[in-house]
Write a protein of this length. Sequence first.
Length: 214
Amino acid sequence: MKMLFALGAVLLLSADPAPLFDGKTLTGWTTSTGKPVTTGWEVQDGTLHRAMRGGDILTEKEYASFDLSFEWKIAPGVNSGLKYHYGKYGQKTLGIEYQLVDAGQKADNQGKHAPGSIYDLFAADPKVLPKPAGEWNTSRIIVNGKKITHLLNGKKTAEVTMGSDEWKAALAKSKFKDAEDFGTKPGKILLQDHGGEVWFRNLKLTELTPKEGQ
């Protein structure tokens, strides 16, 4: 079934939301080399749990415009992230990152590494804070054509249009400055193994058809 819904002044046509994680298996996820996930990540009480070192995991499918919602919680002191439009840019494999980090950790780089930020590019709204380590948060990423919006627990943390002057200026100051066309291509979704425990559940993605010109 198709659905019409409004996002600001833009009308979007979408299919029904699809789960990226079925709550029971790691079907649909691979290692960075495209192999089945056999270590590091597990299904635990309906959650996708990074339990020990095993490397990042990725969706089998690539996505362009989408509305992704997910819940996450993190162990004390841990840093992680969810990347999207993940793929080859120049000589590197990279993606735009929604930063996930323990709220008790001191944010660095003027908030560009804070929870809900567009990692290393745009700081998260400092008034929007995640729940403490060990508690569930709800996040949402909307990629509508070139426009990116990050939300945390129902509140917007960051927003930008790829290719805009604002985007170009931030990119030039970031660690991605040498990555040609960074973030602008469809790519996979990645859950980061950054060395600590993190849990995900209710990962649901709706593919979007942006209004012409977006």
